[in-house]
Design a protein around this ligand. Structure first.
Ligand SMILES: [Zn+2]
Length: 244
């Protein structure tokens, strides 16, 4: 059996992987790649875990980041971005992030730092992210002709393709259905937001598709609670409309 080597760049080190994606960095960039066939994992039913939309999602992220991207030399999708020195939201609470002499705790997790980062994230979402996204409008749904609805919609409706719809007016706004502190990078010390990542979730959609999630668990809950989704979509639509 032919074994292909995972694509690597000089100085590239893998830091994390999931069933579908490999995350790595070089001294100056951060890279997210599709998992190659030889590393595919199986689910409990013994089937390979795949996402038929993975290439579209990478292309959407690249479009959203206004970066040139595309399949690499092995035909696998990837996105490479500038590497920022900061703390990912999911890791803020692992230790106190304050400078020496101002630490909240001597050792272990720091919930005060997490609360501070979360408060900064909420303010950044309200004052920067949502107003900026609401300004970006289109008559065409999706991004660059690619439409991939939120994962909980695809979980309940696995149609193979989602054609783009067009409108007479630019009623679609740039939405991201996983806006939250867990997809933000924070600076050391003041824990201000320095970057928002994971733009696979972006696209021009009706304002109801703009979702702020306070945690990964809140995102996961969308898969199970249909009634809650519609209530939340209504609230987000109001919030987005108020920004127009
Ligand atoms: Zn702290």
């Amino acid at each position: 059996m032919a074994v292909t080597t995972p694509p690597t760049k000089p100085g590239e080190t893998e830091v994390y992987s999931t069933a579908l994606r490999i995350y790595s960095w070089t001294p100056t960039t951060f890279i997210k790649r599709e998992v190659p066939p030889q590393r595919r994992q199986k689910n409990q039913r013994g089937e390979y875990i795949i996402d038929p939309f993975v290439k579209e999602l990478f292309q959407i992220e690249a479009s959203a980041l206004r970066l040139l991207s595309g399949p690499d030399e092995n035909g696998l999708a990837f996105v490479e971005t500038e590497l920022l020195s900061g703390i990912p939201g999911s890791r803020v609470r692992e230790e106190c992030r304050m400078p020496d002499g101002e630490k909240h705790v001597d050792a272990g997790e720091c919930t005060l730092c997490e609360e501070k980062a979360w408060a900064n994230a909420e303010s950044y979402i309200t004052n920067v992210v949502l107003p900026e996204l609401a300004k970006l409008r289109s008559k065409t749904m999706g991004l660059d002709g690619k439409v991939v609805p939120p994962p909980w919609v695809r979980y309940h409706d696995n149609r193979p393709t989602w054609p783009s719809k067009t409108s007479d007016t630019d009623q679609y706004i740039l939405c991201n259905w996983d806006i939250g502190a867990h997809n933000m990078m924070f600076e050391y010390g003041m824990l201000e937001v320095i970057a928002v990542y994971d733009w696979e979730n972006a696209g021009y959609f009706p304002p109801e598709f703009q979702f702020v999630n306070r945690s990964r668990q809140e995102l996961d809950a969308q898969f199970e609670d249909i009634a809650k989704i519609s209530i939340k979509q209504g609230k987000m639509a109001e919030r987005s409309k108020a920004l127009r």
